[in-house]
Design a protein around this ligand. Structure first.
Ligand SMILES: C[S@@+](CC[C@H](N)C(=O)[O-])C[C@H]1O[C@@H](n2cnc3c(N)ncnc32)[C@H](O)[C@@H]1O
Length: 305
């Protein structure tokens, strides 16, 4: 039976953004304005009771978060903030390099597309998710007064519908240089769907387009693996109805992308992320426990253009 409730992992990440914003030493890790915007979207969407959203800022929730991290490993919460900051930075860099379209896939309740649409009226900003998540998100954006002419929320389940089909109902122009974001998404797709996504991304974008994505690692058989707390997290995801299907080791990314017509422009390590994003905030020694790695891929057609 098809799911009817919004993605639990998407709601969890959105609530973590509000929680991070309530922690004075970590709040600046998130892109400026992201927590306030996601909070407005969550409250207006009514995807969660208001008390659950507002409760993320309560001293009891913050104490509980500190305790959980002490027990389960410090640096997991800040990872979500850092991942958001890195993705937002890749989008800004791509726009500065000429991208005129943004597509956020598996967007959940993330405010990125709405915020970029407000900042860059010249950029078409689309975001896509399965209907049970995209519909409340769309309602939330409308009711929060965040709707813009250059921003659309598209409903599509990529395991049932191709990306080309999903975009055919939108103003997306396959000739334009674009930036695609797949944050916390690809692990939920089957391996063939992941390849299909990269092929579609290439066919549906102009020369020099980029994809910023996160991925979990993999074991020697290519099964997705998380490193920290691998088994309990995979078990919890299965229970939440969002099992993982795909992962890749960082070292295997360049060859994987090469076969699909892309090259890896950036693969930041935890140390480089800490140095670039946490040290300037006065957090050079902040524990960081990524359960994924980040990749910026670029269409190789740029080299022969
Ligand atoms: C872990 S959440 C990440 C949400 C958001 N990208 C973020 O980082 O805050 C995964 C998202 O991918 C979406 N998703 C998973 N499988 C999908 C599919 N087959 N088609 C469309 N969206 C999908 C889920 O609905 C969910 O919103």
């Amino acid at each position: 039976m098809a799911k009817t409730t919004p993605s639990r992992t998407a709601l969890k990440i959105a609530r973590f953004m509000v929680l991070l914003d309530a922690m004075p030493h970590l709040r600046d890790v998130l892109p400026t304005g992201a927590a306030a915007t996601v909070e407005r979207i969550l409250l207006s969407s009514q995807a969660l009771p208001a008390r659950q959203v507002e409760g993320m800022r309560s001293p009891a929730t913050i104490r509980f978060a500190h305790l959980s991290e002490r027990l389960l490993g410090q640096g997991q919460l800040v990872w979500f903030g850092l991942r958001k900051r890195w993705m937002a930075e890749q989008v800004e860099a791509a726009i500065a390099a000429g991208a005129r379209q943004l597509l956020v896939l598996g967007a959940g309740f993330d405010p990125l597309a709405a915020m970029v649409a407000a900042r860059h009226p010249e950029v078409l900003c689309l975001e896509l998710d399965a209907p049970q998540t995209a519909e409340p998100k769309r309602t939330g954006i409308l009711r929060a007064g965040l709707a813009r002419a250059n921003h659309q929320v598209i409903t599509a389940d990529l395991s049932r519908q191709s990306l080309a089909e999903a975009l055919s109902r939108s103003p997306w122009n396959p000739e334009l240089r674009s930036i695609l974001v797949a944050e916390g998404l690809l692990m939920y797709l089957k391996p063939a769907e992941v390849k299909g996504f990269f092929n579609a991304a290439r066919a549906l974008t102009g020369t020099g387009s980029r994809i910023a994505f996160s991925s979990v690692g993999a074991d020697e058989h290519g099964n997705p693996r998380l490193g920290v707390l691998d088994r309990p997290i995979r078990f919890a995801l299965r229970l939440a109805g969002e099992p993982m299907h795909w992962g890749i080791r960082p070292a295997d990314v360049p060859a994987f992308l090469g076969h699909l017509g892309f090259r890896a422009l950036a693969q930041p390590t935890p140390d480089s992320l800490r140095e670039r994003h946490l040290a300037p905030l006065g957090l050079p020694d902040e524990p960081l426990r990524p359960y994924e790695h980040l990749v910026l891929a670029e269409d190789v057609r740029v080299e022969s253009a």
